[in-house]
Design a protein around this ligand. Sequence first.
Ligand code: MTE
Ligand code: MO
Length: 303
Amino acid sequence: MQVRENEITPESVWLTRREWLKAMVAAGLLASPMARADYAFTARRNPAYGQGFKLTDAEHVLHYNNFYELGTAKSDPFEHRDWLRTEPWTVRVEGECAKPQAFALEDLLRLMPIEERIYRFRCVEGWSFVAPWDGFELGRLLRRVEPTSRAKFVVFESIHDPEHLKMQRTPLLDWPYTEGLRLDEAMHPLTLLAVGLYGRPLEPQNGAPIRLVVPWKYGFKSAKSIVRIRLVEKMPQTTWMKAAPREYGFYSNVNPHVPHPRWSQATERPLGSWFKNRRTELFNGYAEQVAHLYRGMDLKKWF
Ligand SMILES: Nc1nc2c(c(=O)[nH]1)N[C@H]1C(S)=C(S)[C@@H](COP(=O)(O)O)O[C@H]1N2
Ligand SMILES: [Mo]
């Protein structure tokens, strides 16, 4: 058989991901809890994002979470992390596109160049953190399926698994958790599909194995554990718009001048601090990159 030089895979790559993880754990290079995630990646830090930001201790980011499928208390997602079944995992990208496709997680990890970016993250409830995410630009994936000219919005659907995700047996939210972006927001280079956090595969409580990260919007826009991405013509209804339309709009850009109906958004509590001692920035500090997307729009009306 004729094999060209560049088709020969180096021997070290022949370990399966499971074998690789086992070897890492055996060598003491990975703490055993990480062995739960059966995927791995190598990510190169992109210094264009978050240079000079002070990272929040991972401890906080991994234990203080919102993931209502796993419970409503901030400690619930970590405590109930075993409820989330992530193997096998497929992400379907469909709707208004020429080449709809279902991607196995391992194919995405192979096809997409994974990089690490430090982003600010701001929850609508007032807490914030700074963390390195490992992922790829959502736009890269969307371009692969070739959106049609009718595609104007993108819908993100989280896992629906009431058998294991016990909160989905209750009417707390309209399951599955659904979010949306305008197509140009989705194509913006800041919009990330993350597969890792602090250089490690995502923990269940943070949205394993793949979640959205939209750093200039309130945290609830960043849907976790995504199984379906749909290109659509009309602005979709999202889970939080249905739950409380007066409190959560479609855009949900971080804006210190537009208070939530029940509290101010002028300041935030960086995780690790006891106080709301940081002034919230317009578009969470990303105004230079994203303000043009909203030119001419009344941000009080389109909250
Ligand atoms: N599927 C799903 N995605 C979700 C949520 C959720 O409850 N379910 N919570 C959102 C909210 S309100 C926030 S602030 C962020 C929190 O992400 P983190 O726990 O990784 O910090 O996830 C968002 N994504
Ligand atoms: Mo949030």
